[in-house]
Design a binder for this molecule. Structure first.
Ligand code: GUN
Length: 279
């Protein structure tokens, strides 16, 4: 039976550490503010935004919420971002994705000052990560590195297979694992022999957005399995991209859904906010 990697517990530890750090910063007269912008009223985004505001409150930084109507124009949103870029009391800016179809996501991401890009989505942040320079790192992959390190998983020299190549998870994940000296294979929807490649992984990271796609026969005996997926069925039951009961029998360690990768994303967002305050 695999050991469970407890993301809830590890994210709580990180938030405690950050709470201490913000208390010290406050004593030194430094306070932080995260601006969170949501355009439209997508219910899932609403939940994420509320959780981000709650996490700010918990670790001791201010949050400024901008809940804009669906009809907001791209120009209006760019204007708000420009004001927040110039506002010295704001350390971090986050535009909750997805934005409505009439707004171009890339243009919005590019408009956020790289100094305040706590999501790590700006091309400058991604470029810095690519060549090993300081910059904000996308929260989900950064959270996965923390999960592995705090669970004493050795990464150096290991074969890491990543399933999925999104800008938010797969690509930055590959760069972070390379930085940790893993041998990295990135697979995606056009990959041939996916099962064969996955079954060679010491560390298998799955972010493809297909419910329970990765079955037990994709998993090498003793592998560490990280499941980034999250799917809700008609009974509100959550499951991941990995068929947990099957993978769990072969893996040495595995993240559950819920309670694995999910809670780490917000913890790492808070980490980035504190980093922004210290800059
Ligand atoms: N939508 C889904 N995940 C994220 C995230 O990490 N950041 C932002 N800004 N939007 C998201």
């Amino acid at each position: 039976m695999a050991q469970i990697i407890d993301g809830k517990k590890i994210s709580a530890e990180i938030k405690e550490e950050l709470k201490e750090q913000t208390a010290h910063l406050k004593e030194a007269g430094v306070e932080g503010t995260l601006a969170v912008i949501q355009v439209g009223d997508d219910p899932a985004s609403g939940v994420y935004v509320r959780n981000k505001k709650k996490a700010c409150e918990y670790i001791g930084i201010h949050s400024k919420a901008f809940e804009l109507p669906e009809s907001t124009t791209q120009g209006e949103l760019l204007h708000l971002i420009s004001d927040l870029n110039a506002d010295e009391s704001v350390n971090g800016i986050l535009v909750q994705l997805p934005v409505p179809d009439h707004i171009d996501e890339k243009t919005i991401i590019n408009a956020i000052s790289p100094d305040k890009d706590v999501d790590g989505f700006h091309p400058e942040s991604v470029g810095s990560l690519t060549i090993g320079q300081p910059g904000f790192v996308s929260c989900t992959p950064a959270g996965i590195i923390e999960l592995l390190k705090r669970s004493q998983v050795e990464i150096d020299g290991k074969h890491c297979v990543i399933v999925g190549r999104s800008n938010i998870v797969g690509k930055p994940m590959a760069l972070l694992m390379l930085r940790e000296n893993a041998t990295v294979t990135v697979t995606h929807s056009h990959t041939k022999n996916l099962k064969e490649i996955c079954s060679q992984a010491d560390i298998l990271i799955v972010a493809i957005g297909k419910k329970e796609f990765i079955t037990g026969d994709y998993v090498k005996e003793g592998a560490v399995v990280i499941d980034v997926g999250i799917h809700r069925d008609e009974n509100n039951k959550l499951s991941g991209d990995v068929k947990y009961e099957e993978a769990e029998r072969k893996a040495s360690m595995i993240t559950p859904v819920p309670g694995g990768v999910g809670p780490m994303t917000i913890a790492m967002l808070m980490h980035n906010c504190v980093e922004a305050m210290m800059r």
